[in-house]
Design a protein around this ligand. Structure first.
Ligand SMILES: C[S@@+](CC[C@H](N)C(=O)[O-])C[C@H]1O[C@@H](n2cnc3c(N)ncnc32)[C@H](O)[C@@H]1O
Length: 329
């Protein structure tokens, strides 16, 4: 049984002030303004186009949060802010925070969503703001480069020759899989607006000859193939249950006999309360996607079973499920 929350912790949960202070500072690009040298509030206000008194309050709060330092009247970045919040830096993560900021007004409508069951949005970020979507993917690509090789090794794909990374985004998994398995070639299938980023990452990895890019809508268009392995990583929580079931069925026709479909997602356990991060993410998906949801692992396994996959298993709890196409098919 988890420990009960203290009253102080309950209050802390209710204080979203620091969250919005950080997001606003990133939106105003305060940290880039302070890069390299300390500035007064007046200097910074001139650079970011802000009211001096109001910006000074924000800067003071950022000092208290420990993202800035203050010596006399001069504000400067802390090392973590320099590394991750200055736009020109190679380890900038601000794009991800900008996404959270862009979703702020949707969260403001949470009460309505809970009462009506409907989301205030009609499209997801990759459709409404492809540039922001691509920026977010590039951050996720950088910080998520370890998980791809780990997943590739766990799947033991020594016999596979062809892979489809459906909704492959920055190509993080396709790149990792090809690096782990020298015999493997991959196709990244994604929206045309996302693929310029993929082209860049694949080139950076030197895998242009082994990773092909294919543009389209995976619910409507053919991904080609057949493939020995198809990966759906973090794409299904944007869609409704019937669309996912149909996609899993369709992909069965794009697998070689004995080929497998691997779904990696943010699944919930049977109770819907765990993992804790995913239980909160499910609310995020409710307000920020029109028809998305976090599904139970059992639901994903049912899509596979209904579509005729065999040996359907949960490879990693609440994270990875796999189904195999019959060799007789
Ligand atoms: C959260 S990202 C996941 C990216 C990648 N699979 C990963 O795990 O890093 C979702 C991806 O799905 C793509 N996507 C969303 N809807 C799509 C559709 N209807 N057809 C093709 N790609 C789509 C987006 O462009 C984006 O790259």
């Amino acid at each position: 049984m988890p420990r009960e929350l203290s009253l102080a912790e309950v209050f802390q949960l209710g204080y979203y002030w620091e969250t919005k202070i950080l997001l606003t500072a990133v939106k105003l690009d305060v940290f880039s303004t302070l890069d390299g040298r300390g500035r007064t509030a007046a200097e910074a206000a001139g650079k970011v186009g802000a009211d001096v008194r109001a910006l000074a309050l924000l800067l003071n709060a950022l000092v208290a949060i420990r993202l800035l330092t203050k010596a006399g009247d001069l504000y400067a970045n802390t090392p973590v802010a320099t590394t991750h919040l200055v736009k020109q830096g190679p380890q900038y993560v601000g794009h991800l925070l900008l996404l959270h900021d862009a979703e702020w007004s949707n969260w403001g409508k949470l009460e309505d969503s809970i009462k009506t069951g409907r989301s205030p949005v009609t499209q997801h970020v990759f459709e409404t703001d492809p540039a922001l979507g691509a920026n977010v993917l590039s951050v996720l690509h950088r910080i998520g480069q370890q998980s791809g090789p780990d997943l590739a090794k766990r799947l033991a794909l020594d016999q596979a020759r062809t892979m489809l990374d459906l909704g492959g985004g920055a190509g993080t998994n396709a790149i990792a899989f090809c690096q782990v398995y020298p015999q493997l070639s991959a196709t990244v299938f994604d929206l045309a607006t996302t693929l310029p980023l993929t082209e860049r990452t694949v080139k950076e990895a030197g895998l242009e000859t082994r990773i092909a890019l294919k543009a389209g809508d995976f619910n409507r268009d053919s991904p080609g193939g057949p493939f020995d392995v198809v990966l759906m990583s973090d794409i299904l929580h944007y869609q409704d249950l019937a669309t996912n079931a149909a996609l899993v069925r369709k992909i069965h026709g794009h697998l070689t006999p004995g080929g497998r479909l691997v779904i990696k997602d943010r699944f919930l356990d049977a109770s819907g309360t765990s993992p804790a991060w995913t239980a909160a993410f499910a609310v995020h998906i409710l307000v920020n996607t029109e028809r998305g949801a976090c599904y139970r692992t059992a639901e994903a396994m049912q899509w596979m079973t209904d579509a005729g996959y065999e040996s359907v298993v949960e490879l990693e709890q609440t994270a990875v499920v796999q189904g195999v196409k019959s060799r007789e098919a």
